[in-house]
Design a protein around this ligand. Structure first.
Ligand SMILES: [Zn+2]
Ligand SMILES: [Zn+2]
Length: 322
């Protein structure tokens, strides 16, 4: 299971009455309110002390996988730093707030993940990367302080990916354990029209050598075929005649060829002689929040509430208990 869960990994339609009340609480927070029409206060800098106060005393122990000291940070101070590490510069406020809620949810759900190492969360892509907070990330965190995504009233395991390319994916289509997240559904994402496709070319020998590192062996890969696709159109299984075992999941093929090379499983494939040409859309597993899509939605005026409802239609945004 890839680690970038939050977010790096989210039904029941959101109760609009509840949402209205949750978000209305934020209307008077300096730094910009997500409620349409609310009076926007001057953009005053948000200090760590304000974030700490907004966190009601919650803290998170952050450590490094290679050892070293463990920092105990106020939860909301930590989330503002994660946003700086994970969101693209100049991300519109609505998307930053949506990402803040997803990152906070990830942090709460995964607290204790590194108990054996003596901390809660690590500072690599295994958990969440963080950097110095910016004015924008601090504001987004203060405005959304205490809000998390929940399923049946409990903070949910959430995921995100860089770009879905047009439709997000059900968790159960990507990972064997994805059935544990029945609330991670596939939704259309109409903001990708006009996105360029990506291309990759490899010889059958190169594919064979790459796949051999995962286990399947054979002297010659005779062909590479798409066996099945998921409901979103992504490749769920490929066959590798000539190798043994002779099938892989789409995600395993990405792992073999490189997640940055075979950028997603939303691809088509064409063979000419011994050359395989892949052409695809999007970047990442496609489960949960689409970061590129969230940014575009916010840029066209969508609120964090609307963005989260779009990508996580089965989850409900709620305030953590005091
Ligand atoms: Zn970790
Ligand atoms: Zn998308």
């Amino acid at each position: 299971m890839p680690a970038r869960t939050v977010f790096q990994a989210v039904l029941v339609a959101l109760a609009s009455v509840l949402m209205a009340s949750v978000w209305a609480d934020q209307a008077s927070v300096p730094g910009g309110a997500p409620v349409p029409g609310a009076q926007t206060a001057a953009l005053e800098p948000v200090a760590d002390a304000a974030l700490e106060a907004a966190g009601n005393g919650r803290t998170v122990r952050v450590g490094s996988l290679g050892g070293g000291s463990v920092s105990v940070l106020p939860l909301e101070v930590y989330v503002a730093r994660v946003l700086a590490g994970e969101a693209a510069p100049n991300t519109a406020d609505g998307a930053l707030q949506a990402l803040a809620i997803a990152a906070r949810t990830f942090t709460i759900v995964n607290a204790g993940r590194h108990d054996r190492d003596g901390f809660d969360i690590c500072d690599t892509t295994h958990c969440q990367v963080f950097r110095a907070a910016t004015a924008a990330t601090r504001r987004a965190v203060l405005v959304s302080a205490g809000l998390v995504l929940t399923y049946n009233g409990t903070p949910a395991e959430v995921f995100y990916s860089a770009s879905c390319g047009g439709r997000t994916e059900r968790a159960s289509e990507v990972w064997a354990a994805g059935g544990r997240f029945p609330y991670l559904l596939g939704v259309d994402d109409e903001v990708h029209e006009g996105d360029p496709v990506w291309r990759l070319e490899r010889s059958l020998d190169e594919v064979r050598d790459a796949v051999a590192r995962l286990g399947p062996r054979g002297t010659r890969l005779e062909d590479l075929r798409i066996d099945s696709r998921s409901g979103s159109g992504r490749v769920s299984r490929v066959s590798l005649p000539g190798l043994s075992p002779d099938t892989l999941t789409g995600d395993q093929l990405r792992s073999a060829l490189g997640f940055a090379e075979l950028r997603s499983t939303a691809f088509t494939m064409e063979r000419t002689g011994d050359r395989m040409r892949f052409e695809g859309r999007g970047y990442g597993h496609g489960v949960g929040l689409c970061v590129v899509g969230a940014g575009r939605r916010a840029a066209r005026g969508e609120t964090a509430e609307a963005i989260l409802r779009h990508y996580f239609p089965a989850l409900e945004t709620r305030r953590l208990d005091p």
